[in-house]
Design a protein around this ligand. Sequence first.
Ligand SMILES: [Zn+2]
Length: 125
Amino acid sequence: MKKIEVYKCIFCSEIFDDRDECTIHEQVCPERMDTMTCLNCKFYRDSTLLFQPGGLASIPICLRNIDISEGFKQQCDNYIDDAASIGKSILKQAERNFDPTSLFKMLMRDLFPNNENGNDFELPF
Ligand SMILES: [Zn+2]
């Protein structure tokens, strides 16, 4: 047995065995309010979808139609963490204007990577 020293992010509590790695992470930790990351943004929605027979898929959604499927943005120009500062109508408008098509296509590609239609999945709506 060997006792090891680890480092914990002060924002999200993730554990690192390397001090430098932890330091770098803390500068961009998604749970930091001042990194203006999707997790704290009012335009962010985390959608978990249920597929039969029982598969789950979680899709991060930006109501501004910014692709965050590969990872959260930081220092985003559309970032807003205070809904009062933009007003509820802006949020409602973003929800109305949100286009889920690209998200569904991406999801279908993940679920059926060998589909012959490739990127051209027909949506049922
Ligand atoms: Zn962290």
